[in-house]
Design a protein around this ligand. Structure first.
Ligand SMILES: [Fe+2]
Ligand SMILES: [Fe+2]
Length: 298
């Protein structure tokens, strides 16, 4: 699907963590076929850039190639190290406005309806992670030797959170924004998506995945415990209330496709060039992952 050869597709594609600040990644986006996806939708599950200018450029590029684009910010979008916004919540709303201006969906919309086909609803879920010290809902798993101060985790330095109402955690702020959409009744199947992980088991590779991929045999960061910042269980609660048939997520840079209790969880990250060089990002040769085929053009 990359390049000039035509493999025109109708349906919904998934992609995340394109980290377009990196020249190789922006080039990957620009090399996506200008014609293959003009009748398809793209779910882009966060982590494009912390620069608003780069975010705009990458989103506009994808908007020019796909009939519909859906987006939620990841943690990188909410960094404020460039002083473009006073805090991470203000930046979040600035990004929602940017998406509105570009014609990119950050709210539920139905695609693929017509000619007797019911179509499919795509429901963005705004999310953040819950750390174990914050109470219930963390995906935390104990890791011997970890550094709980997260000294090597950039969010620690680059996010700024304004005062939130008493007892409201950052994750709660975002999950509450989803409530009206989660409470809705939908007249077609639902595909939801978030940047962060909704379930603890998705953090870990299965034996089969370890055997079929060139997955690292050693821990590159023995003191860093990803589960501390992976996501939260509140996301899966919303997925189950929605009755999602597929949920797309990103953040970990580990590509998955697993059916768990009736929901298919798909992560299809572009990731960093050095991760691709190690074979960590499976399935990228075909471009974004097709997760929902449709007989109807979008
Ligand atoms: Fe990422
Ligand atoms: Fe992320």
């Amino acid at each position: 699907m990359i390049g000039a050869s035509s493999r025109r597709a109708t349906g919904v594609f998934a992609l995340s963590d394109i980290h377009a600040d990196l020249q190789q990644n922006m080039a990957w986006l620009e090399a996506l076929s200008p014609g293959d996806y003009t009748e398809a939708a793209l779910i882009l599950a966060g982590d494009v850039s912390d620069s608003l200018a780069t975010l705009r450029e990458a989103l506009a590029c994808l908007r020019s190639k796909f009939a519909q684009v859906f987006f939620v910010p990841g943690n990188h979008e909410l960094w404020v190290r460039r002083k473009e916004c006073p805090d991470s919540i203000a930046k979040f709303w600035r990004i929602v406005q940017l998406c509105d201006a570009l014609g990119i969906h950050t709210r539920p919309a139905k695609v693929g309806e017509g000619r007797g086909n019911p179509g499919v609803w795509i429901v963005p879920l705004f999310t953040w992670y819950v750390q174990p010290e914050e109470g219930q809902g963390s995906l935390f798993v104990v890791k011997p030797g970890e550094d709980p101060t997260l000294q090597m985790w950039s969010d620690k330095y680059f996010t700024v959170w304004p005062p939130l109402p008493t007892s409201m955690r950052v994750a709660d702020y975002f999950l509450r924004l989803n409530e009206p959409h989660v409470a809705n009744r939908y007249d077609a199947p639902v595909i939801s998506f978030s940047h962060f992980l909704p379930r603890r088991e998705l953090i870990f590779s299965t034996n089969e995945e370890r055997q079929t991929a060139g997955v690292l045999q050693h821990d590159p960061h023995p003191r860093f415990n990803f589960s501390r910042v992976a996501g939260c269980t509140g996301i899966d609660t919303q997925i189950r209330r929605l009755g999602s048939v597929v949920h797309v997520y990103g953040h970990q840079h580990r590509n998955r496709n697993r059916l768990i209790d009736g929901v298919r969880y798909v992560s299809h990250c572009l990731g960093y060039p050095h991760e691709r060089a190690k074979g960590l990002m499976r399935g990228l040769a075909d471009g974004p992952a097709l997760i929902w085929e449709s007989p109807v053009t979008f």
